[in-house]
Design a protein around this ligand. Structure first.
Ligand code: NAI
Ligand code: MG
Length: 509
C-alpha cells in the first residue's frame, strides 16, 4: 500500500514531550484552566512503550459540578443559544481553522496517547474533526421547524420550533479521542447547547489542546467545558447531575446500559453509540481485489479498536481460500509498530487492560475449538518492548456461540464463517445473528443482491463494495439493537440535541 507524504511536522516532538512531562494537563472550566479541586492527577501511558509520559488532572464530582454549573449558567444566559446562528457558525468555523493550524501538535499528542499511526491521527483525527466542525457549523443556520394546518374548526397559525435541549454531557472513549470529542461538541453547539466533555481516562491529552483552542476561537465562557477523569467518578457524576439535560455517550454497551439507568433521575435525554460485531459478507461474484483489502483494513485499521470494525467475515466457500490467503497476506505484511514511526500501519492496543482483553478472547476462541489462520500472538517491535502490540489475527473454525464470535473484541481479530448457497435470507440471517447492529459490508458485483442485502441486514449502517473511508459528518451514524440509541452526524445528529416545541396561534377573533 502506498502512503501519501507525511503532513505532520515531527520536528516539534521533543519539545512537545518535554512540555507534556513538565506540567499536568488541567481541566477547562468556565473558560479557565484549573487543577482538580482535590489536587489529584493520574498517569498517562504511552501504549507503544508502556511508560508514563504525562499527567492529567483527575476531575471528580466537585469539578463536574463546577463545570456543569458553568455550562448551565451560560446556557440560561442565552449568550450562546441566543447568539445569531451565523455568528455561532463563524466561531465554530474559526475553531476548525485553529485545529488545522495546530494539526501537528494534535496529531502527535493523539499518537502518543492512543498509539494510532500518525497518519491516522492526522487524517482520521485532526482533519476529520475540523471537517465535522465546518459541517455542523452549517447546521446552525438551518435548524428550523415546520408549519401545520390544525383540523380544529376556525383559523389557526401553527408551527414547531426546534430549541436546544440545554446542557449536554458528552462522554467519549479512547479509540478516536479527538474527533469524537469534537463531533459531540460540534453537534451540541450547532443546536445552541452548552457542553461538558469527559474524555476517556486512557486518552485525556488531545482534548486538553481543544480547550486552548476553544478559548482562542471566541466562544463565550462556559459554553465548552472539559473535565478529564475516570468513568466511575467524573463520568458517573456527569450522568447523575440534575442540571444536565442530555447525555451523548460513545463507548461500550455495558457502560451504555449503566448510563441509561443513571439518567432516569431527571429523565435526561440519552443518545448512545455503542459496540458492534459487524458482518462482512463476500459473495462468490465479488471483486476480490476490492473485497480483500477492505475486509483486512476493516478489522486491522486502528488495531481493530473501531466501533464499526468488520469483525465477522462471511465468505462464500468457492472463494474462501483466496479471500483468507489475501487477508492473511495483508496481515503478515502490515508493519506493526509505534505510531510515531512513519512506516507503521498498525499501532499498539491502547492499554495493558485492552491487550489482556484481546488476548483473552483469542485464548477463549482456541479453547472453544477455533484455529489460528494467522497472527494470534504478541507482536514484537524492536525498541518498543513494553508496548501493547498484537499481531493482526484471523481465526478459522469459528462459529456462532463462541465468545469471540458473539462479543465485541475491539482488537485486530477476525472470525471467519463460510456459506455454501447464495440464498439471501440464509446469509442475512447468519449476519443478523448478533445482539449488535451497527455496521455491515457486502461485496458482490450483483447490484440486485447488494441492495437486497442492505434491506435484509438489521444495522444502522451498510456499505456495498467498500465504505470508501471513515465516517462522513453528513451521514447518520449509529446502531440498531444493542449498538445504541439515536444517531450522530447528519441532520439526525444535530436534531438529537434539540427539543421540538409546538406552537398553536388561535386566529379566531
Ligand atoms: P467504557 O465504555 O467503559 O468507556 C468509555 C467512556 O465512558 C470513558 O470516557 C469512561 O471514562 C466512561 N465511563 C466508564 N464508566 C462510566 C460510568 N459508569 N458513567 C459514566 N461514564 C463512564 O469502555 P472501556 O472500559 O474503556 O473499554 C471496554 C470495551 O468497551 C472495549 O474493549 C470495547 O469493546 C468497548 N468500547 C467500545 C467503543 C465503541 O466505540 N464502540 C469505544 C470504547 C470501548
Ligand atoms: Mg493513553
Amino acid at each position: 500500500m502506498s502512503m501519501p507524504p507525511m503532513p505532520v511536522d515531527t520536528s516539534i516532538l521533543p519539545s512537545l514531550k518535554e512540555d507534556l512531562a513538565a506540567r499536568p494537563r488541567q481541566l477547562f472550566i468556565n473558560g479557565e484552566f484549573v487543577d482538580a479541586q482535590s489536587g489529584e492527577t493520574f498517569d498517562v501511558i504511552d501504549p507503544a512503550t508502556g511508560k508514563v509520559f504525562a499527567q492529567s488532572a483527575a476531575g471528580d464530582a466537585a469539578d463536574v459540578d463546577a463545570a456543569v454549573k458553568a455550562a448551565r449558567k451560560r446556557f440560561d444566559s442565552g449568550a450562546w443559544s441566543g447568539m445569531p446562528p451565523a455568528r455561532r457558525a463563524r466561531i465554530m468555523t474559526k475553531l476548525a481553522d485553529l485545529i488545522e493550524a495546530n494539526a501537528s501538535r494534535i496529531a502527535l499528542t493523539e499518537t502518543l496517547d492512543n498509539g494510532m499511526p500518525l497518519m491516522m491521527g492526522y487524517f482520521g483525527g485532526v482533519m476529520a474533526a475540523s471537517e465535522t466542525l465546518r459541517y455542523n457549523a452549517g447546521w446552525a443556520t438551518k435548524i428550523n421547524g415546520e408549519t401545520f394546518t390544525p383540523s380544529h374548526p376556525g383559523e389557526f397559525h401553527a408551527y414547531t420550533s426546534r430549541e436546544p435541549v440545554g446542557v449536554v454531557g458528552g462522554i467519549v472513549p479512547w479509540n478516536f479521542p479527538f474527533v469524537m470529542g469534537v463531533a459531540k461538541m460540534a453537534q451540541a453547539l450547532a443546536a445552541g447547547c452548552t457542553i461538558v466533555l469527559k474524555p476517556a481516562e486512557q486518552t485525556p491529552l488531545s482534548t486538553a489542546i481543544l480547550g486552548e483552542l476553544v478559548a482562542e476561537a471566541g466562544f463565550p465562557e462556559g459554553a465548552v467545558n472539559i473535565v478529564t477523569g475516570f468513568g466511575k467518578t467524573a463520568g458517573a457524576a456527569l450522568v447523575e447531575h440534575p442540571l444536565v439535560d442530555k447525555i451523548s455517550f460513545t463507548g461500550s454497551t455495558v457502560t451504555g446500559k449503566q448510563i441509561v439507568h443513571a439518567c432516569t433521575g431527571n429523565l435526561k435525554r440519552v443518545t448512545l453509540e455503542l459496540g458492534g460485531k459487524s458482518p462482512v459478507i463476500i459473495f462468490a461474484d465479488a471483486d476480490l481485489s476490492k473485497a480483500i483489502p477492505s475486509a483486512a483494513m476493516g478489522i486491522f485499521g486502528n488495531a481493530g479498536q473501531v466501533c464499526a470494525a468488520g469483525s465477522r467475515l462471511f465468505v462464500h466457500e468457492s472463494v474462501r481460500d483466496e479471500v483468507l490467503a489475501g487477508i492473511a497476506g495483508i496481515a503478515k505484511s502490515l508493519k506493526v509498530g509505534s505510531g510515531l514511526d512513519p512506516a507503521t500501519q498498525m499501532g499498539p492496543l491502547v492499554s495493558d487492560a485492552q491487550f489482556a482483553r484481546v488476548t483473552g478472547y483469542i485464548e477463549s476462541a482456541l479453547a472453544e475449538g477455533a484455529s489460528i489462520h494467522t497472527g494470534g500472538e504478541k507482536a514484537s517491535v524492536e525498541g518498543s518492548e513494553g508496548g501493547y502490540f498484537i499481531q493482526p489475527t484471523v481465526l478459522t473454525d469459528t462459529r456462532p456461540g463462541m465468545k469471540a464470535v458473539e462479543e465485541e473484541i475491539f482488537g485486530p481479530v477476525l472470525s471467519t464463517m463460510t456459506f455454501g448457497d447464495d440464498d439471501l435470507e440464509t446469509v442475512a440471517a447468519a449476519a443478523n445473528n448478533t445482539q449488535y447492529g451497527l455496521n455491515a459490508s457486502v461485496f458482490t458485483r450483483n447490484i440486485y443482491n447488494g441492495l437486497k442485502m442492505a434491506k435484509r441486514i438489521r444495522s444502522g449502517m451498510v456499505n456495498i463494495n467498500g465504505a470508501g473511508g471513515g465516517p462522513d459528518p453528513a451521514m447518520p451514524l449509529g446502531g440498531f439493537k444493542q449498538s445504541g440509541w439515536g444517531r450522530e452526524n447528519g441532520r439526525a445528529g444535530v436534531e438529537a440535541f434539540t427539543e421540538i416545541k409546538s406552537v398553536t396561534v388561535n386566529l379566531n377573533e
